[in-house]
Design a protein around this ligand. Structure first.
Ligand SMILES: [Cu+2]
Length: 129
C-alpha cells in the first residue's frame, strides 16, 4: 500500500469522524453538503443536519460505467429522495422535519448479484434537534 493511499484513507476516516457535528448553514440558511458516490461507498457516509433547516446535497458519482443512485426514504421526516447520480453534480434539496437517524443507500443491483447497498453503499442521515 502506498503512503499516498494511506493518507487518503486517513483523510477519509477523519472526515467521517468529524462529520458528527451538524453541517453549518450558509448565510442564506441552507445546509450544503457535497456527496460523492463510488463503487461501493458514499463520501461522506454520515451526514448530520439540523431539523427544519433546508438541506442542499450536491451529489455526483465517480466516473466509470457503474450506475449509482441515492435513496433517502424518511417519509416520517418529510424526506423522499431517489435520484440517479451522474458525473455532473446534481442538486438535491429537502428539509427534514423530524429528528432521527435515517438510512442513505444506493438501490442499484444486478440480477443474481449482491446489491450495492450490501457492498457498502450505505450511510446515515442524522437529523438533530
Ligand atoms: Cu451504487
Amino acid at each position: 500500500m502506498s503512503s499516498r493511499f494511506l493518507a487518503i484513507l486517513l483523510l477519509f476516516y477523519a472526515g467521517n469522524v468529524l462529520a458528527q457535528e451538524p453541517v453549518k448553514p450558509e448565510a442564506d440558511g441552507v445546509q450544503r453538503v457535497r456527496l460523492v458516490a463510488g463503487s461501493y461507498f458514499f463520501k461522506p457516509n454520515h451526514i448530520v443536519v439540523k431539523v427544519n433547516v433546508p438541506v442542499e446535497l450536491t451529489a455526483s458519482r465517480e466516473s466509470g460505467i457503474t450506475p449509482h443512485d441515492l435513496v433517502i426514504l424518511a417519509k416520517e421526516a418529510g424526506v423522499d429522495v431517489k435520484e440517479d447520480l451522474g458525473t455532473d453534480p446534481k442538486k438535491i434539496t429537502f428539509t427534514a422535519t423530524k429528528a432521527g437517524k435515517y438510512p442513505i443507500y444506493c438501490s442499484k443491483k444486478l440480477p443474481f448479484m449482491a446489491g450495492h447497498r450490501e457492498k457498502g453503499m450505505e450511510g446515515i442521515l442524522e437529523v438533530v434537534p
